[in-house]
Write a protein that binds this ligand. Structure first.
Ligand SMILES: C[S@@+](CC[C@H](N)C(=O)[O-])C[C@H]1O[C@@H](n2cnc3c(N)ncnc32)[C@H](O)[C@@H]1O
Length: 183
């Protein structure tokens, strides 16, 4: 995910680490407790750590291109998981969503942290308004500070987008975090 925060250059390969409160804000909105989660762009593992803390009975596996596993090439389901959850690199976000939807089983869930207007583009309507599994958008009412100690104000709003292959009906809208949400 590409981010700019005053005074900082864009990081190589979009290695922006997601603060724990952002991952925690997703948990109450997961349609069911996953048995196994794959975080396919895990970077330094911040999101993996937050998932392990929040879901101690769930197996969480993190992979990353920097550690030799390119999510977008090769067999789609190299890690067996009923949920794929990540904060993808911004420029490949569409490919990450497509690939994740094709990698989870037929009862699977995909959750992606994206800019809040990511679903606006007509060219992406096949992933949102027209996608049968698109289940929920969770708008984060606090902006994410990507760099600890950053003095500038973050420029972008984000949301969790959740697909559930067992979902029926139109997607729903929610807001998070439900309480708190540390900087
Ligand atoms: C925005 S960071 C997210 C890091 C972590 N998910 C988090 O939230 O703290 C994006 C990550 O995507 C990884 N990445 C970029 N392209 C990738 C690809 N094709 N396959 C797997 N990982 C990739 C980068 O190395 C980087 O660690």
């Amino acid at each position: 995910m590409s981010q700019r925060d005053s005074g900082y250059e864009r990081k190589e390969r979009d290695l922006y680490e997601t603060p724990a409160w952002v991952t925690e804000a997703l948990i109450p909105h997961l349609p069911r407790r996953p048995l196994a989660i794959w975080e396919p762009a895990c970077g330094g593992g911040k999101m993996v750590d937050a998932l392990v803390d929040a879901l101690p009975d769930t197996i969480v596996t993190g992979t990353d291109i920097a550690a030799g596993r390119d999510f977008l090439v090769g067999e789609p389901a190299v890690v067996r998981a009923d949920a794929i959850i990540t904060n993808p690199p911004y420029e490949f976000a569409t490919e990450f969503v497509r690939r994740a939807l094709g990698s989870v089983p037929k009862h699977g869930v995909v959750a992606m942290l994206l800019r809040t207007d990511f679903d606006h583009a007509k060219t992406r309507s096949h992933l949102f308004a027209k996608h049968p599994a698109f289940a929920k958008k969770v708008v984060l009412t606090k902006r994410i500070k990507w760099f600890e100690g950053s003095k500038g104000q973050p420029s972008f709003n984000h949301a969790w987008f959740i697909w559930d292959w067992t979902h029926e009906g139109p997607p729903t809208l929610a807001y998070g975090p439900q309480s708190g949400g540390a900087e």
